[in-house]
Write a protein that binds this ligand. Structure first.
Ligand SMILES: Cc1cc2nc3c(=O)[nH]c(=O)nc-3n(C[C@H](O)[C@H](O)[C@H](O)COP(=O)(O)O)c2cc1C
Length: 186
């Protein structure tokens, strides 16, 4: 896996103000998981998940250097990505905290590559490591998609302005979100 490093760049502005601005970009919510052998399974709620390339099939997610899961993710043979539905806010909250046992009460199955996948999610991807880049206080993981599946229908869990949201309707431009609740991103 390629690793890149970059020189430290000074930030001339308030990081909280920048966070507020970046929070104006609505995202879905995924849980990225990996099997850590003796370290056990790890899983993290991730709004930085995104698509990169169709050929080859690549996706990315960025992991805070402070995340306890980082060492396992760095050494993992594969990653499971579960794209959460709006009914899975409790799952998002569970995997957004550095808990000893994030998994109790969460329905999990193994993918073909043995990565943990969260039942009831809108879509699942099984991925292999492709590249890892330095990204300031995060590390940017690029992963190659090995296989995927998606549920028929279902609304996504959305994160916007530091809160969970739900689609107001199936189409853009129709009114205000019908539901919002506080997220846990530190
Ligand atoms: C909606 C939401 C999105 C998040 N997205 C990310 C992310 O993209 N990258 C990241 O490093 N942490 C993200 N977090 C925070 C992690 O999920 C959280 O720090 C988690 O406790 C890390 O687990 P660990 O320390 O056990 O590895 C997000 C949290 C929430 C609630």
């Amino acid at each position: 896996m390629k690793r890149q490093s970059a020189a430290k760049i000074d930030t001339p502005f308030d990081p909280l103000a920048l966070r507020r601005v970046l929070g104006r970009f609505a995202t879905g919510v995924a849980v990225v998981t990996a099997e850590g052998g003796e370290a056990g399974m790890v899983g993290m709620t991730m709004s930085s998940f995104n698509s990169v390339s169709l050929d080859p099939p690549l996706v990315l997610f960025s992991v805070a250097r402070s995340a306890l899961s980082l060492p396992v993710l760095r050494g993992a043979q594969g990653y499971g990505i579960s794209i959460l539905g709006h009914h899975q806010e409790h799952v998002s909250n569970r995997f957004a905290r550095p808990l000893e046992d994030k998994w109790s009460g969460v329905e999990v199955r193994r993918g073909e590559s043995q990565v943990p996948l969260i039942e009831g999610a809108l879509a699942h991807l099984e991925c292999a490591p492709y590249a890892c880049h330095e990204g300031g206080d995060h590390e940017v993981f690029i992963a190659r998609v090995l296989r995927f599946s998606a549920a028929d229908g279902g609304d996504p869990l959305i994160f916007f302005g530091g809160r969970y949201r739900a689609l107001a309707s199936g189409e853009a431009g129709h009114g205000q979100p019908s539901h919002a609740s506080q997220g846990q991103r530190p």
